[in-house]
Design a protein around this ligand. Sequence first.
Ligand SMILES: Nc1ncnc2c1ncn2[C@@H]1O[C@H](COP(=O)(O)OP(=O)(O)O)[C@@H](O)[C@H]1O
Ligand SMILES: [Mg+2]
Length: 607
Amino acid sequence: MENIKKKRFETKGQMVSYFLKGSVIFFSLSIVASLLVTFFEFIGPKIVQYTINYCIADTVTENDSVPIYIIRLMDALGGKDHLKTHLYLIALVIVVIAVFTALFRYLYRILNSIASERLVERMRNKLFSHIMHLPFAWHSENHTGDIIQRCTSDVETVRAFISEQLLNLIRIVIRIIIAMYFMIGINGFLSIFSAVFIPIVVLYSCFFHRRISKSFQKADEEEGRLSAMAQENLTGVRVVRAFGREKYERDRFVEKNYHYSNLWIDIMKLLSAFWASNDLISGLQVMVITVLGAVLCVQGTINTGEYIAFVSYNAMLTWPVRALGRIISDMSKAGVSIDRIMYIMNSEIEEDKEGAIDVSMDQDITFDNVSFSYGNGTDEVVRGASFKIEAGKTTGILGGTGSGKSTLMYLMDKLYDLPSENGRILIGDTDITDIKTSCIRKNVGFVLQEPFLFSRTISENIGISEKELDIAKVRDAARIAALDETIQSFNKGYETFVGERGVTLSGGQKQRTAIAQMLVSRPQIMVFDDSLSAVDTQTDAKIRAALSKEIGKSTVVLISHRITTLMHADNIVVLDKGRVREQGTHEELLELGGIYKRIYDIQMQGT
Ligand SMILES: Nc1ncnc2c1ncn2[C@@H]1O[C@H](COP(=O)(O)OP(=O)(O)O)[C@@H](O)[C@H]1O
Ligand SMILES: [Mg+2]
């Protein structure tokens, strides 16, 4: 199997770093670019400080020693007296710095976009292949809409978190460190007042983060339910229309949607309170620094240049500290999404038992005392079934709806696992649990009771099992399935688009397409699961006649509740409520005078 992750992720971090493979380099470069942005942003106030103190105010004190390289730089620009009268030179330096800031900001954005798109691409690919390899049973347990929501909305949340919040977190921490470094350099006492607010905001945010994460989870699950419902109604739109259920379905949707929106309103209420109080704290902090700084400046502890630089650095700190709070609260949302994605990634894919082998499928298939129930605690739908499907022969399985016919075939195709205490299914002498799933699937052709066609052309649908479309093969198969004429009658013939925004095929046409689909690959074992139920008796007979010529040495299983469909089979198994009641040829079963005979009599009435 290509590149499919088999190990479980133990932690969220493990999964995130798995997804990050390939984009880490871009994220790292974008961090470097953003550090350069920060660096250029931070030298601005310094230049203003030195200009004021050294050139304009002339108040250079011992403890405000201007670094020698600054003096050299200023001398290079013409010396302090020259600069005092030519301040535009300083302005030019500031413009140059601004240009560099812009340049690196631009690089940061580009690198960050590349990184985050690569990340989402990988996430989507990995999720898709994982989902494709999950067992059939998993798919019947999980709602399509919900899975789609996990693959779109949750993926987007994680992307936003990693590419925006997480990177911001790194930038913010660095910004705080640099700002604190400069501020302490100016005045340690004042810096304490500035710094003391940081832990307050962080602790408050963490506390809040705990409170709100449950609400995010609820909202996410509700969104999943809503998508599932919308998806179901879209796929089932015909049923909804046919039964005039629009109002009922709309009301149900409106109710769910209302509930979902309310969840968000509640969350937003909490968040607003959080952000508002967070802003209040930041505002207080700015006020304290401005006032206290002014006092120190008046006292002469710091000079004007230092005061202005300090206030600028403090302002640069306000945004990150505020954002820090927001990021911590966003973490809850991302955490929930990561969990929801991890649910998919940690669902176990279909895997063969160790040492599973390929076997020749040209052998008898034996059902040995097979019992099965879907899920825990539900009733058994197959009860102690024992019979043989002989190689190269045709076996019929007759039974009413719900008698377990399809289930038997699903078990044989390993779509569901048969627990070892529930009997055995053997191919030749080998238990199917010891046979590679791929070997079985390749050799068992299934015409499903409810065939599914993709929104592609008819020929593509029929040739779906082929790597390269061979139109002659496709037409041949269609002919046997009594479908060729119908297709020819369409405007675009075999190129007609099926399904969404294409031609909608009738139930019988769909079934025949599915038959043609299987005939293209000519598998060793062909299962027709109620495949002719929607075609009229005449076409049924026509197809069967054509099939019997084509089948050759294939093993055929015909499943039906209609005796005419399978009366010519070499062996007929009569199934009733999961139990095998009778077996034999048509003649033998009639002779027996049991249920087969009774069903026969009923079905023959009026024909
Ligand atoms: N995925 C499933 N989960 C739970 N019950 C199922 C599932 N599929 C089928 N069943 C139940 O198992 C019984 C047998 O179904 P099935 O094998 O499809 O019968 P048949 O093909 O003879 O009509 C039915 O009662 C049906 O409701
Ligand atoms: Mg069935």
